[in-house]
Each structure stands twice: as C-alpha cells, then as structure tokens.
Design a protein around this ligand. Structure first.
Ligand SMILES: C[S@@+](CC[C@H](N)C(=O)[O-])C[C@H]1O[C@@H](n2cnc3c(N)ncnc32)[C@H](O)[C@@H]1O
Length: 306
C-alpha cells in the first residue's frame, strides 16, 4: 500500500489554519466553476445543505443565488470564522450553522440541494464518497440535486523528471554512509507535483468514477490497458481528478489546469523502458475508510502486456 500522507497530511486540525482556506478561496478557477454551478442550480426559495462549509463561501453564494435557507455543516472549528463572516455580511438570518460531522448528525428538514467541495487531489482521499452519499440518502428530497454530480479518477503513464531524480534516485551515499534503503521507502510514497502533457507516455484514461446522482458506492478498483504513444521510460503513473459540478461545468486537477490542486505522481520502483504501441495494464485499488481512524489507502500495479 502507498503512503498517501502527502495527499492528505495527517496534520491535526488541518482546517483550523487560515492558510489552507486562503489556498482554496483564492483559487479563481475553483470559485468561478462553483459559482457558475450554483447559479445554474439554485432556484429562488431552495433549501440547501453545505457539507463541510469551512469559512462558508459556498453557503453565501447559494444565498446570493436566491436560496431561502442554508444548513452549513462543518466539523472543524473553522465554523467560527464562517459565523463571523455571515454576520458581517448580513447572512445570519438565513443560515443555520451546525458544528458537526454531517455523517453523525440529523437535519431537521429535507433539502433541495446538497453542495460540497470535499474533492481531493486524487478525487476521493478527503472522504467525498462517504460524506456525500450519506448526505444524499438522508438529507435530500427525491430528485434533489447534488453538486458535484460526478467525480472521476484519471491517470496516464508518465516519465516524470523532477520528483524521480530528486526524491527517489537521490538515495545513495551521504557522507560515505549507505542510505540506499531510503529509496525503497521513497517509492512507496506518492508525491504532489506539476507536469504537463509532454511528460505523459499514454493518453489519459478514467480508472473509476462516482456518480452522486445514484446512491451506489462503486467499486474503487479499476484496470485499464494504456497504449504507449512514444518511446521512453515509464517511471510511474500520473493521477488526477475530473469533477463535473453540474451539466457542462467541470473542474480538474489534471496537467492542463492551474488550480490549487496538484497532480499526483505514484512512482514505480523499477522503471520500464517502452516504445510506441506497447500495452501496459495498470490496476488501481482504493479503499474507503470504514472507521474514522482508518487512513486513506490506495495501491497500484503495473504490468507489461505481451
Ligand atoms: C476542502 S474544505 C472546503 C471548505 C468550503 N466548503 C470551501 O469551499 O471553501 C472541506 C471542509 O469540509 C470539512 N468536512 C469534511 N468532511 C466533513 C463532514 N463529513 N462533515 C462536516 N464537515 C466536513 C472540513 O473540515 C473542511 O473544512
């Protein structure tokens, strides 16, 4: 299993630092897309549940779009900032704040729309599946709308040339002391980085997706054959999400986009030399958290097809 700590650091109270909210709130692409989806979906008089409201922005945008009442649910103490901002901006009458984890809490009424931004760098590591499917089942009216509608994990073969030399192949001797063991540890981790499509050695493919318009938890295991499109050395896979917020409005952490999200590089211990036309089978397996204390786990396997 990979160590996904870089994807979702186990910093206690991560959301109680203003800096993480600044990253999200000044991500123009994220705000523009969520704002467009809200203006398409919210009708005058709607009741909305905002799962993980943070500093409250999605809730405030829903009110600006005409919502009658928002249930803003947040498990961290960041909710205190949302309350202050709501008061400063005259939103208090229309927002009910709940300092709770949505999964262990009941709303007093059903809502027309459930909105949330719990999307991780590789889609699912922040618990979007666990929280949104539960909120849809318990809070939403029949035929109500969930934003985002669909989130997919995508990936491609990659020849990565920054992380691999600097964080993996770097482990040799330090002052004459053999540090080669650290290479074995380094290939078990995954790394947040940036690259463009010139690094990719195959076309991107969807490994699996979750459609929040349904309620089934899909299998988070996907195998795809990737056809190599030019010669090179595959030293890992690149992973990112594509999320459809509503209709054609979508967000991505892929190599062509610039948001606060980053692309993930999952390295191979032994790179594979490939040429155009080679077929490589990539299998990814993710595990949902059963208990709160469980970490996020994922693993991948790569095999050259003959
Ligand atoms: C990525 S931030 C988004 C914050 C805000 N919605 C925004 O768009 O700026 C996710 C927030 O959801 C909260 N959160 C995650 N899962 C939750 C749950 N099941 N119930 C309540 N809060 C949750 C986290 O504490 C964090 O503040």
């Amino acid at each position: 299993m990979f160590d996904p700590s870089e994807l979702f650091p186990a910093v206690p109270n991560l959301y109680e630092f203003p800096s993480i909210h600044a990253e999200m709130l000044f991500d123009k692409e994220r705000i523009k897309k969520y704002s467009s989806a809200i203006h398409e979906v919210i009708k005058k008089g709607d009741i909305v549940a905002d799962i993980g409201t943070g500093t409250g922005l999605l809730a405030f945008l829903c009110l600006q779009a005409g919502a009658k009442r928002i249930h803003a649910i947040e498990r961290s103490s960041a909710i205190r900032w949302a309350k202050i901002i709501a008061k400063k901006n005259g939103f208090t009458d229309k927002i009910l704040f709940h300092n709770q984890d949505s999964r262990f809490f009941d709303l007093p009424e059903k809502v027309d729309v459930v909105i949330s931004e719990l999307i991780g760098h590789i889609a699912f590591e922040e618990g979007i599946i666990e929280s949104l499917i539960d909120a849809k089942e318990r809070f939403l009216i029949p035929n109500g709308i969930v934003i985002p509608e669909r989130v997919q994990l995508k990936g491609a073969l990659i020849q990565e040339n920054v992380v691999y030399p600097e964080y993996i192949d770097c482990w040799k001797y330090i002052e004459g002391i053999d540090y080669s063991h650290m290479r074995e540890e380094a290939v078990k981790a995954c790394y947040l980085t940036e690259f463009d499509d010139r690094n990719l050695l195959s076309d991107p493919k969807e490994f699996f997706a979750v459609d929040f318009r349904g309620i089934e938890v899909p299998s988070l295991c996907g195998s795809r054959i990737h056809v190599v499109n030019r010669s090179g050395e595959v030293n890992g896979i690149a992973l990112w999400f594509d999320a459809r917020l509503y209709n054609q409005i979508s967000l991505s952490s892929g190599p062509w986009t610039r948001t606060h999200w980053r692309t993930c590089f999952a390295p191979l211990g032994v790179p594979i030399t490939v040429k155009a036309g080679d077929k490589i089978l990539v299998t990814i397996n993710m595990q949902l958290r059963i208990n709160d204390q469980d970490g996020f786990k994922f693993d991948f396997n790569i095999k050259q097809e003959v």
